[in-house]
Design a protein around this ligand. Structure first.
Ligand SMILES: Nc1ncnc2c1ncn2[C@@H]1O[C@H](COP(=O)(O)OP(=O)(O)OP(=O)(O)O)[C@@H](O)[C@H]1O
Ligand SMILES: [Mg+2]
Length: 214
C-alpha cells in the first residue's frame, strides 16, 4: 500500500488554481513540488495534508479517504501519522524549545532523540524560550518537534527557507535518512531547485497542472 494517493484534485479560490492533479507517495520516497510564487503549491500541500478539503478529488492516506473520515478518526490519523512543517512554525510561544518537544513526546508516546537535537544543532539553545530563538532556530525546533512524533508522512513547506545553504543541506539529509529508517515518505514544497532535485521525484505546478520533471 502506498502512503498517499491523490486523484484528480481541483481547487479554486478567486480563480482556478489547478485541476486534475494526481499524485502518489510511496514508502521511502521524497517528492518535491516547485513552481512560481502564487501557483498554488502551499494550497496543494494543505489539501494533501488534510488541512483543506479540495473542491474536487480525493486524497487517501494509508488507505483512508481523509475527507470522508469522522473528525475523531481524522484527528487520530493526524496525531499519529502526519508531520507538518509549515511556513509559520506553530510552536507554542510561551514555552521553551524543549517544552515544545515534550508536548510532541506526550502526544505520541515517543522519546525525544538527543542525536536529533545535535544533528539539527539546537542542543545548545533547547532550553531557551521560543521567542528568544532566531527564525532559523525556530524552524529547526519545529522540524525536531515533528520528527519526535515519528510520522509516516512528512509535509514540509519551505522547511529550510530561513537556513543557510550548508544547514539546509544537512536538514535535507536528515529528512532523507528519516524516511528511509522509518518507512516514511515526504512531500516538500520549495523554491530552491537545487534542494528539490535532491528528492526522488520533482513535480512542477504550472499552468494549473502538475507536471513531473524528475
Ligand atoms: N485562503 C485563501 N483564500 C483565498 N485565496 C487564497 C487562499 N489561500 C491562497 N489563496 C490564493 O491562492 C493563490 C495560490 O496561493 P498559494 O499560497 O498556494 O501559492 P504558493 O505557490 O504557495 O506561493 P508562494 O511560493 O509565494 O508561497 C494565491 O493567489 C493566493 O492569494
Ligand atoms: Mg507557499
Amino acid at each position: 500500500m502506498n502512503l498517499l494517493q491523490a486523484t484528480q484534485l481541483s481547487h479554486t479560490f478567486e480563480c482556478e488554481l489547478f485541476s486534475n492533479v494526481s499524485l502518489e507517495l510511496n514508502k521511502h520516497e521524497s517528492i518535491a513540488i516547485v513552481g512560481m510564487s502564487g501557483s498554488g503549491k502551499s494550497t496543494l500541500l494543505h489539501i494533501l495534508s488534510s488541512l483543506l478539503k479540495p473542491n474536487q478529488g480525493k486524497v487517501k492516506i494509508l488507505g483512508k479517504d481523509i475527507y470522508t473520515l469522522k473528525n475523531a478518526d481524522l484527528a487520530a490519523l493526524k496525531r499519529n501519522s502526519l508531520g507538518l512543517v509549515f511556513q509559520s512554525h506553530y510552536l507554542f510561544k510561551g514555552f521553551s524549545a524543549y517544552e515544545n518537544l515534550e508536548v510532541s513526546k506526550l502526544l505520541s508516546q515517543q522519546n525525544i532523540d538527543e542525536t536529533l537535537l545535535h544533528r539539527l544543532q539546537i542542543h545548545e539553545c533547547i532550553h531557551q524560550k521560543v521567542t528568544e530563538l532566531s527564525g532559523g532556530q525556530q524552524q529547526r525546533v519545529s522540524i525536531a518537534r515533528v520528527l519526535t512524533k515519528k510520522p509516516k508522512l512528512i509535509f514540509a513547506d519551505e522547511p529550510t527557507g530561513n537556513l543557510d545553504t550548508k544547514t539546509a543541506h544537512e536538514v535535507m539529509q536528515l529528512f532523507f535518512e528519516y524516511t528511509k529508517l522509518n518507512d516514511a515518505g515526504m512531500i516538500l514544497v520549495t523554491h530552491d531547485e537545487h534542494l528539490a532535485y535532491l528528492c526522488d521525484k520533482v513535480y512542477k505546478l504550472k499552468d494549473k497542472a502538475l507536471i513531473q520533471v524528475k
